[in-house]
Design a protein around this ligand. Structure first.
Ligand code: FES
Ligand code: FES
Length: 157
């Protein structure tokens, strides 16, 4: 049986019928074709499936699609509409913080959410904020450098 939900997705209101047992990650990828959101572990451990729910990072493999009702959901596809998120992605690229790219959508969204709340971050705080996002390729240092460089440029430092 399906339930009708209305929510905001990447800046647009959307109404959809969802099954009670659908996970948000499957709804986004399989029903809405938003395949930028990746699934890694499926158990809440890797962070690859992170999306923003009301501007906070959430593992979409642990959230039901019905729970999106009334909320604001942001996926990595939002960077086509949002200049800041796009600039952060460009900083990742220019710093070599993207290698296989599997963790990158989640890493970008988690970083962006953190920087919105913490415009003057300390490096160790940023590392803690990203601790739930696993990257097997970069060693994290380039990701941190990209994020700090982006933020410094944004703040005019
Ligand atoms: S796929 Fe959701 S946390 Fe790993
Ligand atoms: S770039 Fe490959 S997992 Fe992060």
């Amino acid at each position: 049986m399906k339930q009708t939900i209305t929510f905001e997705l990447n800046g647009e209101e959307l109404t959809a019928d969802v099954k009670a047992n659908w996970r948000l990650v499957d709804f986004l990828r399989d029903e809405l074709d938003l395949t930028g959101t990746k699934e890694g572990c499926g158990t809440g451990d890797c962070g690859a499936c992170t999306v923003l729910v009301d501007r906070r990072p959430v593992n979409s493999c642990l959230m039901l699609a019905v729970e999106a009702g009334g909320k604001e959901i942001i996926t990595i596809e939002y960077l086509e509409r949002n200049k800041e998120l796009k600039q952060l992605a460009e900083a990742f690229l220019s710093h070599g913080a993207v290698q296989c790219g599997y963790c990158t959508p989640a890493m970008l969204l988690t970083t962006w959410a953190y920087l919105m709340e913490n415009p003057d971050p300390e490096e160790d705080q940023l590392r803690k904020a990203l601790a739930g996002n696993v990257c097997r390729c970069t060693g994290y240092q380039r990701i941190i450098e990209a994020a700090l460089d982006y933020q410094n440029q944004k703040m005019g430092a």
